[in-house]
Every structure is written in C-alpha cells, then in structure tokens.
Design a protein around this ligand. Structure first.
Ligand SMILES: Cc1ncc(COP(=O)(O)O)c(C=O)c1O
Length: 450
C-alpha cells in the first residue's frame, strides 16, 4: 500500500519560490483574473492533503458536509456578535453548544465556540481568575491577586502556561504537579502542593485537569481532582481539547467531567470539523459575563427579550466572530450523532490495533499508555544502544518517514525518551492505513541504519 506518496514533500525554499517569489513584491494593483484561480492548484499541491494516513499532532481530515457548511457560512457572512446581527446564526450556535454539552454528559453547561482549544483555555483561566481574585479593574497588583496560584499536571498543554502568562498570573505561579506512570496527575501531589502554598500565604485559585493529554491522551483522575477543587474552593477547568469529545463513545472514561466549572473541547479535532472550531463550556454564565462584559454605548442592548437581547460578546473577549456553528449543525444533522460516536470508537480501536502491531515487533516498543487514540513508540536500535543513541536514531527516523511522505507522524518526549507518535482523530483512517504504519517505520529504519 505504501508505494503511493500521499503527502507533498516540499521544502521551505520551494514554498518561498512559489508563494513569496520576491519578498518586496506588493499585492497586485490590477486583477489577475483566471490566473489567480489557476494558481490555486499549486497551493493545493503543496498542502498536506486530507487523508487517513495523517497521524501528526491532534489533527484529522475535514468532514465534507461540514466543509460545505463552512463554505455557506463564509458566503452568508453572518457576524456572531449578538442575536440582532445574526438571528439564525446565534440561535444555531447556542443550540450546537447545548448539543456538545449534552453529548459529553454536561447537560447544564452553556458556552461559546472559539478559534480552538488554546483560546478556550485562555478564556477559562480568565474566568477562574475573575471569580477568585477579581483583577479586571485594578490589575494583579493587590495583595491577594499577586499571590494567586494555578495547578496543572506536568503533562499540561503549552496553552496553559501561555494563558497564565497573558493573564498576569505569571508562569512562576503555575505549579506543575507530578504524574503517575500513566501520565495522570497525582491527586496526593496536588493536595500537598496546595497545602504548601497556603502555608506560605499564597492563594490557590484554580486547577487545570487534562481529559486527554497531548502526548499520550492520558485522562487525569477527574473525580478525585474535583473533590480537592471543591474542598479547597478552586476553579476546576478541564482541558479536553484533545479528548473530551471521546466521551461520546466512552463516557465511562470521563467520570467527574461534569464536576468542572469549565471545559475546553475541540470539534476541529475529534468531531472531524474543518478548522477552526473550538468550544468553551462553563457552568455559570454569570461568571462569563462578569469576566467579559464591557459594553460600549454603540452596542448597548435595545431589547429586553431574553432571546433577542442575547449577545455572545458579553460572554466572550471577541466581538466579531465567524459562523462556526453552521458546519457542526449541518454535519451532525446530516450524519446523526451516532455516526460520530462510531467514528470516534473506530479511532480508539485503531489505536489499540496499532499498539498491538508495534508490540509484535521486537525492535519496537510502545512507550506510555494508549488511553485514547495516541500511540507513542520508538525503535530500540539494539540491546546495547544507549538512550542517547536511541533518541538520535528515532529523531532521524521520524525525519525520514516524514520526508518519504507515505505516512505523517509527529513526536513526543516521554521521560527523556524521544518517541514517534501517531494520533488518530481521523474519519478517513482505514484499518489498512493502520496496518501500513509499522512496515513503513521499519522500511525507513533500515535506511537510517544504512
Ligand atoms: C490537550 C490540548 N489542549 C489544548 C490544545 C490546543 O488546541 P488548539 O490547537 O485548538 O488551540 C491541544 C492541541 O493539540 C491539546 O492537545
């Protein structure tokens, strides 16, 4: 199967030559007409095409009915500021958010669609800050605010330290909590860290749990963490950008999710939607309004009707927003939620299948757990190889695999081990695609040895 190259093998120099010929070149003054459209073929040829053998990062292929919805959304050009600007659109977004909340077992939550999980995490931590150490008016310089501390596991996504920095809480006040061997936050370590901070006069304000870590898809013990958060009056945010939508298929893995104050999830990951589409769910819209409302007189609400008077900009940092909900609305109505549930379950099974194929080869090893659909593994090189040699070999191997273009993998570093990583959140992935991964890795490995 791997005779056919499915990803363009391009270089920075090549894309510069094609799309940035002359760095000083200004935008064309007169229209290029048909030639501009013809140039789209080159853009497509140098894009990472949609197919089932893309296993990098946490990214799948865009589902075509959803892509049609996205196209219609662009043509309609509705602005999701408030009901008065986009009556159907705003109502559909509120509906879709409710569907998403219900689908993952969080019926009472409301929320908003975002550009992605990073934006949703930033919003969530802004709400956490405003609910525990209000700083919107006077900043983070008061006695309590300056002592605020947030907790996340050492496997937390990079968007968490970024958010903490942007919110003025500062990265020094983000505590990374140790994990167990399955890369899940240790509640006992969280408890200890909170007690230690309190004894030093600090103010713990929030804990971020992961429902699917970016490296291994590990799910923190949500119930235990929720108990600690409730007992300590901490805001509980669950970063489910990668994993939370798997609760459609395996809800038993996500016990405790509905105990959160806020949850990030990404329909542009495991609901197969075209980029971009993230979502932040929250339990209490009042806190969203407290955090984000600052309405100019030009946008003052003229209607007291709860539907017609609804404004997303009072619960979000954004004013103008695209009609992201249409793609979800159309594709879920077209296929039915069960089709998405089945596709997620298939990806989960495919990950186990891949892990078994890796384990069946003595020269390969699975590294870490396969909790959801991410499989981290590496080539052992030889019995005598040092960890450093293995790391170097696997780095070279990954570069070779990507440069051949038959399958796309990315990497993860687990306890100092450089791993190849395949993450399956792709409705186009077939069992044959999965069966092809190990032979492709081994074929490339023999070339790296040479
Ligand atoms: C666990 C986790 N959180 C947050 C994000 C960020 O999501 P986005 O890329 O949509 O901003 C990712 C992305 O992979 C992720 O895996």
């Amino acid at each position: 199967m791997h005779q056919r190259r499915v990803f363009p093998v391009t270089s920075g120099a090549e894309t510069e030559r094609l799309f940035a010929k002359n760095k000083n070149e200004a935008a064309p003054e007169s229209g290029l007409g048909e030639a501009a459209l013809a140039a789209l073929a080159g853009v497509i040829a140098h894009s990472r095409a949609q197919n089932g053998r893309f296993f990098g990062y946490v990214q799948g292929s865009a589902e075509p009915v959803a892509a049609l919805g996205d196209f219609v959304a662009s043509v309609l050009n509705q602005n999701m500021t408030a009901w008065r600007s986009a009556p159907a659109g705003v109502t559909i977004e509120r509906t879709v958010v409710r569907w998403l909340a219900e689908a993952i077992g969080c019926r009472r939550f409301t929320g908003t669609l975002t550009g992605g999980g990073s934006a949703a995490n930033l919003m969530a931590l802004a709400m956490a800050r405003e609910s525990r150490v209000p700083a919107n008016d006077r900043g983070m310089f008061g006695s309590n605010e300056a002592k605020a501390v947030i907790y996340a596991s050492e496997q937390a996504h990079m968007s968490i330290p970024k958010a903490v920095a942007m919110l003025g809480i500062c990265r020094e006040n983000l505590r990374y909590i140790h994990c167990d061997d399955a890369y899940r936050m240790l509640p006992s370590a969280l408890d200890r860290a909170i007690a230690e901070d309190k004894s030093r006069g600090r103010k713990p304000i929030a804990v971020v749990a992961s429902a699917g870590t970016v490296n291994t898809g590990s799910i923190d013990p949500l119930m235990e963490i929720a108990e600690i958060a409730h007992a300590q009056d901490l805001w509980l945010h669950v970063d489910g950008a990668y994993g939370a939508l798997a609760a459609l298929a395996v809800p038993e893995k996500f016990r405790g999710l509905s105990e959160a104050d806020s949850i990030s999830l990404d329909p542009h990951k495991w609901l197969f939607q075209p980029l971009d589409c993230g979502c932040l769910l929250y339990r209490d819209p009042e806190i969203a309004r407290k955090t984000f409302t600052h309405t100019g007189t030009y946008a003052k609400q003229l209607s007291s009707d709860p539907i017609e008077g609804f404004a997303f900009f009072e619960e979000s940092p954004e004013l103008s927003r695209r009609f992201r909900a249409l793609k979800i609305w159309l594709s879920v109505r077209f296929h039915g939620l069960q089709a998405f549930r089945d596709a997620i379950r298939l990806n989960l099974d495919q990950a186990q299948h891949l892990a078994a194929a890796v384990r069946s080869r003595a020269e390969l090893e699975v590294v870490g757990p396969v909790e959801l659909s991410a499989v981290c593994f590496r080539h052992l090189v030889s019995d005598q190889a040092t960890e450093q040699q293995r790391n170097q070999f696997n780095l070279a191997l990954l570069k070779k695999i990507v440069s051949r273009g038959n399958v796309y993998l990315s990497n993860a570093e687990l306890k100092g081990k450089f791993c190849l990583r395949a993450c399956i959140v792709n409705h186009l992935t077939t069992d044959a695609d999965i069966d092809g991964v190990v032979p492709e890795v081994l074929a490339n490995a023999s070339e790296v040895v040479e």
